[in-house]
Design a protein around this ligand. Structure first.
Ligand SMILES: *Cc1c(COP(=O)(O)O)cnc(C)c1O
Length: 420
């Protein structure tokens, strides 16, 4: 069982909703940083352990720079993410550039910024050389295990995935790169998404260790770091349990001793987790606009799927707290909806909740990763603000809400300056 609590008292949440205006995102600084430090502590046995925080999960500099101060790196998939990671104080050697179908200009710029290029294909060795004039001193390759791995439910079967180099291509990648003068190597894979079963991650480590040994034996190349990817899940549902990271760390440590240290290798362990770092510590706070009774009973919020897309996109579950009413019987069945002209704009379907009235404040849990970031402007919905609940209890604006001017800022038409 996981618990779903608010980061502040009900009274404070209601007054924040009044003062700040809904909808908004609230992130809990202390919880994020404690969790990040715990992740590092659990892997402190591993030389130079680092988590490259997946910028796409929560691209807000106020959060990224706090993680950077703790020693986190950044995993970037585009140039704007790279620039943001740099601006947040992450040094190049702690930035992974894990892109796919990458344009030459992005390879060139990532190289210029000193990021680690994580190549998605064997042909990209040539592409990087063309783009940068030469190969960087350090290169990493993204491995796709294909039929050797079933892939978890969300990310799908690796054979069907467009990412990474195959088992047959992998050794050639390192051999060619070495011949071309590359001196330092990494090995990356990402085969799970939102996975809660720790043994899955341990198995990923075992597969990468096996490859490290194979590459050492067959090519005489000593891989310097492995990147186990992101994909550590969080318990969105009450009945789910957190991944047992202590178990994962201990098991990986044992394998490391057996497979890596025993033959005199030294290997850095890295991850690029986003969701498990910030996910549980973000909250989408919204207010009920209408309660309607049609063929079903509906609760219409002032947030919609453009503020949090996961339920509409994957049928994802987000727990909902009705602020101040949790003590009451959850004896009403509602669909909780937004205002978009799309019938799948529903945060919850057939959810049992206390009786809801217009004006109630509802908090959607676990929206701290892949939440605001996936937002969009369809139906000209303007994006909401983000706030950080500081360790000292103050609440700080870390991204203002969009305005009509923002919405039309990229348009070119006569009268665009007119405000309605
Ligand atoms: C999305 C992504 C991540 C982060 O995944 P989480 O589920 O947030 O941990 C890490 N690496 C790559 C390559 C990704 O595409």
């Amino acid at each position: 069982m996981s618990e779903k609590k608010l980061p502040v008292s009900d009274e404070r949440m209601l007054s924040l909703a009044n003062e700040l205006g809904t909808p908004f995102h609230l992130y809990d600084e202390k919880a994020i940083l404690d969790n990040a430090r715990n992740f590092q502590k659990l892997f402190s046995w591993a030389p130079e352990f680092v988590n490259f925080f997946a910028i796409k999960a929560c691209p807000n500099p106020s959060i990224i720079s706090r993680l950077a101060k703790l020693g986190f790196g950044g995993d970037c998939s585009s140039l704007p993410e790279l620039y943001m990671a740099k601006a947040c104080g992450i040094p190049g050697e702690k930035i992974m550039f894990t892109s796919n179908d990458t344009p030459d200009e992005e390879f060139a710029e990532a190289y210029r910024l000193g990021a680690i290029l994580n190549l998605d294909d064997i042909t990209h060795i040539k592409a990087v050389k063309r783009a940068c004039g030469k190969l960087p001193k350090t290169l990493c390759f993204r491995y796709n295990p294909g039929p050797d791995r079933t892939g978890n439910a969300i990310i799908g079967n690796p054979v069907e995935a467009k990412y990474g180099v195959t088992k047959d291509q992998l050794l050639d990648c390192y051999r060619i790169a070495k011949e071309e003068g590359v001196e330092h190597f990494g090995l990356h894979t990402m085969v799970a998404s939102n996975e809660l079963e720790g043994s899955y991650i341990v198995e990923t480590a075992r597969q990468l260790f096996t490859l490290v040994v194979k590459i050492h034996n067959e090519l005489g190349i000593d891989i310097e770091f492995i990147d186990l990817g992101g994909g550590i899940g969080i318990p969105y549902r009450l009945e789910q349990e957190k991944m047992d990271l202590e178990f994962v760390s201990n098991e990986i440590h044992k394998l490391y001793d057996e497979m890596i240290s025993s033959i005199g290798l030294s290997l850095k362990i890295t991850f690029e987790c986003g969701r498990m770092v910030t996910g549980p510590y973000g909250y989408l706070v919204s207010r009920v606009r209408h309660v309607t009774h049609k063929y079903k009973d509906y609760v219409g919020l002032d947030a919609c799927m453009s503020d949090l897309m996961r339920p509409a996109l994957y049928g994802a579950y987000h727990h909902i707290t009705v602020v101040g009413k949790e003590g009451k019987a959850h004896d009403h069945k509602y669909d909780v909806t937004g205002s978009l002209c799309e019938n799948n704009d529903k945060f919850a379907v057939d959810r049992m909740l206390p009786e809801i009235e217009r004006g109630d404040v509802l908090v959607l849990h676990d929206t701290g990763a892949h939440g605001y970031a996936m937002g969009f402007n369809y139906n000209a919905k303007l994006k909401h603000a983000e706030y950080l609940l500081l360790e000292n209890g103050d609440v700080k604006l870390i991204r203002r809400a969009e305005t009509y001017d923002d919405y039309v800022a990229t348009l070119r038409f006569e009268g665009a300056e007119v405000k309605i």
